[in-house]
Design a protein around this ligand. Structure first.
Ligand code: GAL
Ligand code: MN
Length: 321
């Protein structure tokens, strides 16, 4: 990685219509004499799973990083991680467990600014104790009639929130689903310019079977012979500038689709996947980072479930089938 003046935390940066992105220093400097385990070239830590993509992006699995080393690397950068979560309608019920578990496991030791997007500010639990350096803001959003619309509108709302204020306040942003719970560490090992997580239900299948949008009338269409991994939209993130470009592109494509009366099969997740076929993520999170409580049975490769979808009664929390 080249080191230039622009790589410092304070330095100037590229512009998007007047927005100045906060820059991150990517240099790895360890100040303390950490007794980390020696990395042995001839003894790979994981031989059961892919740990690097064909375009040389790491895939984060338990065992591939040393939490002490990675924490030490990032601590000195004084980073703020904006974290968006949408709790519309009855989804506010999920907020307490989401936030309480995030306080135990999510980016512990870093500054986190949660942005809770909701139509019901009064239903956001007020008595959750946040750690030092951690904040919560409520962003009032309209409620759309269908859950599909609520879901896909997130791209637009995240884009707008980045442009309105988040760009000034954070170095990284993570966009998370609320009907989830943290069970294990999700920390600075997950930070990167463009980060996405591999869907827990499809990683063993050939790409022709991924649930991409296939209809060519949609801007999210992916041909049978393309695609790397199928990503779940429940967690994605990265540097503000990169996530802004992603949300803006997806929002534009969602609008084009809407104008011709098409809605992609998995709404904004289909557009996210299209985007990531064209713009490869710089870091991938293994399905440890986006597990599903409904997934039972053996998965030897999953040594640790970190973040997982809770089992919900869809009829009860959604507005429509
Ligand atoms: C489901 C998940 C959806 C979507 C879908 C893709 O398991 O609940 O949100 O990701 O897989 O097929
Ligand atoms: Mn969800």
């Amino acid at each position: 990685m080249s080191i230039s003046k622009n790589d410092t935390n304070e330095g100037p940066s590229e512009n998007y219509e007047g927005l100045t992105w906060r820059q991150v220093n990517h240099q790895v400097v360890l100040n303390h004499r950490l007794q980390s385990k020696q990395a042995k070239l001839m003894e790979p830590v994981r031989t059961d799973v892919l740990t690097v993509t064909p375009w040389m992006a790491p895939i984060v699995w338990e065992g591939t990083f040393d939490p002490l080393v990675i924490d030490e690397t990032f601590r000195s950068h004084n980073l703020t991680i904006a974290t968006t979560v949408f709790a519309v309608g009855k989804y506010t019920h999920f907020l307490r467990d989401f936030l309480e578990s995030a306080e135990k496991h999510f980016m512990v030791g870093l500054d986190v600014h949660y942005y809770v997007f909701t139509d019901l500010p009064g239903d956001v639990p007020g008595n959750i104790t946040l750690g030092l350096g951690r904040l919560l803001s409520i962003v009032k959003v309209p409620k759309f009639d269908r859950w599909q619309e609520i879901s896909l509108r997130r791209m637009e709302l995240i884009q707008t929130a980045i442009e309105d204020h988040i760009y000034r306040e954070a170095h990284y942003i993570f966009c998370l689903d609320v009907d989830m719970r943290f069970h294990g560490r999700v920390g600075s090992e997950a930070l990167g310019r463009l980060v996405a997580a591999i869907h827990p239900w499809f990683y063993m299948y050939p790409r022709s079977q991924y649930p991409y949008e296939r209809r060519t009338v949609s801007t999210a269409s992916v041909p049978q012979d393309q695609g790397d991994f199928y990503y779940q939209a429940n967690i994605f993130g990265g540097a503000l500038e990169d996530v802004h470009r992603l949300t803006k592109t997806c929002r534009e494509h969602l609008e084009v689709d809407k104008s011709v009366g098409v809605e992609a099969v998995w709404q904004e997740e289909s557009h996210l996947n299209w985007y990531l076929v064209k713009n490869k993520p710089t870091k991938l999170l293994s399905p440890e980072y986006v597990w599903d409580d409904a997934k039972r049975g053996k998965a030897e490769e999953i040594k640790l479930v970190r973040f997982s979808s809770v089992i919900k009664n869809k009829a009860e929390v959604r507005e429509n089938p």
